[in-house]
Design a protein around this ligand. Structure first.
Ligand code: GLY
Length: 355
C-alpha cells in the first residue's frame, strides 16, 4: 500500500491518495470511512459497473450509471446526476463517489463542486489516465458544443483510491492512452521541482516491458512517481496560473487533433503523444534543443509502440489551436522542451519558426 498526500497549504486543505492492489471487495468499506454523512451517491461508469458492480457491493439504488465516452460529459447528464442527488435527498454533509475514468471523475466532480455549493467527493479512478492525471488536482468539468471542459471548476476531492486491479481489464488502447500522459511526465520531470529525483525516463526505459505487461508492482511505482510529480506542481499552483501549465506538454497540438478528428478517431493519450512529437520538432526548429534529445525522446516513445498520427497541415491546425482555452485569440501557448526533462512556456510569435 502506498499513501501519498496532496497538501494545499494556502487553503489549508489536504487529502490522501491510496495506491494498492488489494481485493476490490475491500474498497467500499475503505471508501465509506472517508464519508462523513449518512448518505452518498455513486456515479459509476457503465463498463466498470458491468465488470465490478457486484464485487464493489454498492446498492443499485445508490448508483447513477453513466454510459462511457467523452460525449457523456454533457449538461444534460450533469442535470440528471443533480436530480438523482436531489431525489436521494443528499445534504451538504453527504458525499459523491466517482468510480470510473476521467469522464466520470470530471462530471461527478463538477456535480460535487456545485451541488449545494459544494459537497465531499471521492475519486476512484479505474483507467490509467485517470490514475496518473485526472483524479488528482481538482479539475472538474463538462463539455459544451463549443469545446471540451469549457464549464468547470477547480474543486478538490477528499480522497483518491487507486486500485491497480481495475487496470488489468483495460483494453490495450485505453491503457496506452494513459501511457501517453505517463510519458509526458518524463519530459517535464525537472520542471515539476519535486524534492525527489525519479529519473522517470530511465524508469520507463528499464521497465517498459513490465509496464506493457501490467506488472502490479511496477504499475504502482509508476503511478506513484507520476502523482508525486503532479502533486509537486499543483501544490505550487493549484489554479493553473503558471507552473501547472507545464502539465500541458503536448496538449495544445493534441487537443487540436482531438477536435479536428471529432474526438472519435484517436484517444486523448495518442493525441498527447502526437503533441509531444510536435513540441520537440518545434523546439528543434527554434534551436531550443539539439537533435540528440529528439532521438532520445523518440527512443523512449517507440518502446511503447504508440500509433502514428499523421501530421496535420499548419493552416488547418493553427486556427484550432487558437481556440484552446489555454490560448487567446491573439496567441497560442506551447510548453516546449528546452533541456533534458525541462520545459518552458512559449507563445507562438515571430521568433518561433513553425513551418
Ligand atoms: N491534466 C492537467 C492538469 O491537471 O492540470
Amino acid at each position: 500500500m502506498i499513501n501519498l498526500e496532496v497538501n494545499l497549504a494556502e487553503k489549508n486543505y489536504n487529502y490522501p491518495i491510496y495506491i494498492n492492489n488489494e481485493n476490490i471487495s475491500e474498497l467500499k468499506k475503505e471508501i465509506l470511512k472517508k464519508t462523513t454523512g449518512k448518505k452518498f451517491v455513486v456515479v459509476i461508469s457503465e463498463k466498470v459497473n458491468k465488470l465490478y458492480g457486484k464485487i464493489l457491493g454498492f446498492n443499485n439504488t445508490d448508483k447513477f450509471v453513466l454510459k462511457d465516452g467523452e460525449k457523456q460529459k454533457t449538461l444534460e447528464n450533469y442535470k440528471k446526476i443533480i436530480d438523482f442527488c436531489l431525489n436521494k435527498k443528499l445534504t451538504r454533509e453527504d458525499a459523491i463517489i466517482a468510480i470510473g475514468g476521467g469522464v466520470v471523475g470530471d462530471i461527478a466532480g463538477f456535480v460535487a463542486a456545485t451541488y449545494m455549493r459544494g459537497i465531499t467527493y471521492i475519486q476512484v479512478p479505474t483507467t490509467l489516465l485517470a490514475c496518473v492525471d485526472s483524479s488528482v488536482g481538482g479539475k472538474t468539468a463538462i463539455n459544451v458544443s463549443l469545446g471540451k471542459n469549457l464549464i468547470g471548476s477547480f474543486y478538490q476531492p477528499s480522497a483518491v483510491f487507486i486500485n491497480i486491479n481495475f487496470l488489468k481489464t483495460l483494453d490495450e488502447r485505453n491503457f496506452k492512452s494513459g501511457l501517453g500522459e505517463v510519458v509526458k511526465y518524463a519530459f517535464i520531470e525537472k520542471s515539476c521541482c519535486c524534492v525527489e529525483d525519479f529519473n522517470l525516463t530511465n524508469f520507463l526505459d528499464k521497465n517498459f516491458q513490465k509496464i506493457l505487461d501490467k506488472d502490479s508492482k511496477i504499475l504502482e511505482e509508476l503511478i506513484k512517481i507520476c502523482l508525486l510529480l503532479k502533486i509537486s506542481v499543483i501544490q505550487k499552483d493549484e489554479k493553473e496560473s503558471g507552473l501547472r501549465r507545464i502539465l500541458n506538454l503536448g496538449h495544445t497540438y493534441g487537443h487540436a487533433v482531438e477536435k479536428i478528428t471529432k474526438y472519435k478517431k484517436y484517444t486523448h493519450g495518442e493525441c498527447v503523444v502526437a503533441g509531444i512529437y510536435f513540441a520537440f520538432d518545434l523546439a528543434l526548429k527554434n534551436n531550443l534543443i539539439d537533435k540528440n534529445y529528439v532521438f532520445f525522446m523518440q527512443d523512449i516513445l517507440k518502446k511503447f509502440n504508440f500509433i502514428n498520427i499523421p501530421k496535420f497541415k499548419m493552416e488547418k491546425i493553427i486556427p484550432v489551436m487558437k481556440l484552446d482555452k489555454k490560448s487567446s485569440s491573439d496567441f497560442i501557448r506551447f510548453i516546449l522542451p528546452v533541456e533534458y526533462s525541462l520545459v518552458k512556456e512559449f507563445e507562438l510569435n515571430d521568433f518561433l519558426t513553425i513551418f
